[in-house]
Design a protein around this ligand. Sequence first.
Ligand code: NAD
Ligand code: ZN
Ligand code: ZN
Length: 361
Amino acid sequence: MAQQVLGVIARSKGAPVEVETIVVPDPGPGEAVVAVHACGVCHTDLHYREGGINDEFPFLLGHEAAGVVEEVGEGVTDLEPGDYVILNWRAVCGTCRACLRGRPWYCFSTFNASQPMTLTDGTALTPALGIGAFAEKTLVHSGQCTKVDPNASPAAAGLLGCGIMAGIGAAVNTGAVTRGDSVAVIGCGGVGSAAVAGARLAGATKIIAIDLDQRKLDWATGLGATHTINATDADVVEAVQELTGGFGADVVIDAVGRPETWKQGFYARDLAGTLVLVGVPTPDMRLEMPLIDFFSRGGSLKSSWYGDCLPSRDFPYLIDLYLQGRLDLDAFVTEKITPTQVEEAFTKMHHGDVLRSVVVF
Ligand SMILES: NC(=O)c1ccc[n+]([C@@H]2O[C@H](COP(=O)([O-])OP(=O)(O)OC[C@H]3O[C@@H](n4cnc5c(N)ncnc54)[C@H](O)[C@@H]3O)[C@@H](O)[C@H]2O)c1
Ligand SMILES: [Zn+2]
Ligand SMILES: [Zn+2]
């Protein structure tokens, strides 16, 4: 029997989000219904609401979630009702070229539920990032559920489902930060602060947090930054060089994603250093630079999609580190809110007042 639950939807471009009754079908083959316990508010939800991702309104928002599997469809053998899971938007297919080459984190054929969730009048909803978890229950593909230790609080655990994983992974997976490295992170919102935490986990000895907002720098210090630079009154490249014996950092992570921050990152590296772009630029942004600098400075220029994570590999161990007190996921949860407060949370996000607001059910 399909179920009716409350969900947060974006009905049309730019209009405030609404709490509506939605219909969640029974899980079909390969699918699962998950009772959502918590779901973080991410910039991408706001991008959907603003029509910045596509025009497939109405959207069921929310995608950084943890919850408990309620029911599974035919053929699902690795998941059962009662399992505590983090939802992911990289349910790898196992058969595409990337998967077959042993690089499943590049999978371009990831799984989502095939049945739509709908409004009560039958209008199909487009779930954000194929998840749609600002809802008491959601329908996903079973591969989108990653089992983790149920002792982890859902508000903290769910954050690994998107932005926090992207930041940690930008440092640990894409940037391959290792013991003794110097790391600089430009932009310390949820993603950049997570990159700071990832750099600490990986054993970086110098971790430089850079932001325009002093609150962000204070939060980043709590998560492991050893030095901070307030970019409103500093030359970022010079300041990073000064803090690294004149060399520049081994790895720079741009968690803003603008031409000016990327350039700062490019020049704030040591020779042959690595630059990781994890912030998402808009399509109109352009870069103009001397090509000779790319050659003569050497090194590695990378982008990080979802922190190059593999949910089955990365979520369980990060949750274990969290439960051991070695990764403070709770520090990212600035506030817990109800579904009716998502619109307010967008405003706070816009003003930089939060690392994450988390909807709890
Ligand atoms: N690559 C991925 O898979 C992935 C996943 C999730 C989010 N993202 C992207 O990561 C970026 C950051 O997300 P977030 O949730 O942390 O956003 P956020 O708005 O919370 O954080 C951005 C931070 O950058 C700072 N900032 C802005 N301009 C700056 C500048 N010129 N110099 C220094 N600091 C500056 C802001 O003060 C803010 O603290 C966004 O572009 C988001 O879309 C990427
Ligand atoms: Zn694949
Ligand atoms: Zn997200």
